[in-house]
Design a protein around this ligand. Structure first.
Ligand code: ZN
Length: 316
């Protein structure tokens, strides 16, 4: 087994359970109960599953939506801080196996910046995971400049996790199977990342670091088209869109265990831009581990994707 650092490994902390429950209304109760058990376990079951999958270290993050769904900014800020403190205590029990992404309420951008700094500097987290839009606020919004300024200064990786869109996509009406992980989340999350590119966020914050799961939510496949059409749209960006995607965005294989898009992402973005993630417990950790262990890749590249790229980027 190749040694791995896994970047999309979810947990639930006590104060955030009520945000998570509504996302499970279409999931059978027995499965929801099993997911809940795994999300709240920081001990034997998680560690044994990591061992079976070759995962040396898991970077833990709160399962969505968390405080991204909270309407009261002060409540969101307080609950995010409590979640980070809870996570830090659990990580400290096994600092050799766990690391963390902070849970951040961007409703109050200055408080979000301060909390990110506290988590990175004091709690030694690797960055933050943001669970999609925050009540319709996307990460390119000008009000979030204080957050990005701090993230850039800290060199913190901001992992953008999929979420439901603000309103259901009418093109998917009548096809509930398409609404969420099968298609809709990719559209939502890829579009969210493209807002940051097209909105010039990476011109304003050239050292900002963004991570996407699912091998980049289809972006690596589309680089040529972004550049080709950007010319006709009169975008006033300093660089072609593909350049920002290659320089400011890293991707993980979470939930995309398929050789062709993996090779596309490596070719399009570069061998140091693709990392491992399992999306546990929503996907099977062992399956993700087995995929990376067996997919046709040159061995030093397998080691980079599995471990070295994340170790370098996150300082682990
Ligand atoms: Zn996930």
């Amino acid at each position: 087994m190749v040694k791995k650092i896994a970047l999309e490994e979810h947990v639930l902390t006590p104060g955030l359970i009520d945000y998570w429950r509504p996302t499970m209304t279409t999931v059978p109760p027995a499965l929801t109960a099993d997911l809940f058990k795994r999300l709240t376990d920081f001990g034997d079951v998680r560690l044994e599953t990591m061992d079976k999958s070759g995962i040396a270290r898991a970077v833990l993050s709160v399962a969505g939506p968390g405080v991204q769904a909270e309407r009261d900014a002060a409540v969101a800020t307080k609950k995010a801080k409590e979640a980070n403190d809870h996570l830090a205590v659990e990580i400290q029990k096994r600092p050799d196996r766990y690391a963390g992404f902070a849970h951040i309420a961007v409703q109050d951008p200055k408080a979000a910046a301060d909390e990110l700094e506290r988590c990175v500097r004091d709690l030694k987290f690797c960055g933050a995971m943001i669970n999609g839009h925050t009540n319709g606020l996307y990460l390119d919004h000008p009000s979030l400049a204080p957050f990005w300024e701090r993230a850039e200064a800290l060199g913190a990786l901001i992992y953008l996790h999929p979420a439901d869109p603000v309103a259901p996509l009418s093109v998917l009406d009548g096809y509930p199977a398409l609404a969420r992980p099968m298609w809709g989340w990719g559209v939502e999350t890829g579009s969210h990342a493209l807002r940051m590119v097209v909105g010039g966020l990476f011109d304003r914050f050239p050292k900002a670091r963004l991570a996407l799961g699912h091998l980049g939510e289809t972006l690596p496949f589309l680089l040529w088209r972004f550049d080709s059409r950007a010319k006709f749209q009169g975008l006033s960006l300093r660089k072609p869109p593909s350049q920002y995607i290659k320089e400011n965005i890293w991707v993980t294989i979470s939930g995309m265990l398929s050789a062709e898009p993996l090779k596309c992402s490596l070719d399009a973005l570069g061998r140091d831009r693709v990392m491992f993630g399992a999306d546990y417990p929503f996907e099977a950790m062992e399956e993700a581990g087995h995929f990376l262990d067996t997919v046709s890749l040159e061995e030093s590249l397998r080691a980079d994707v599995g471990y070295n790229n994340a170790a370098r980027l996150l300082g682990l």
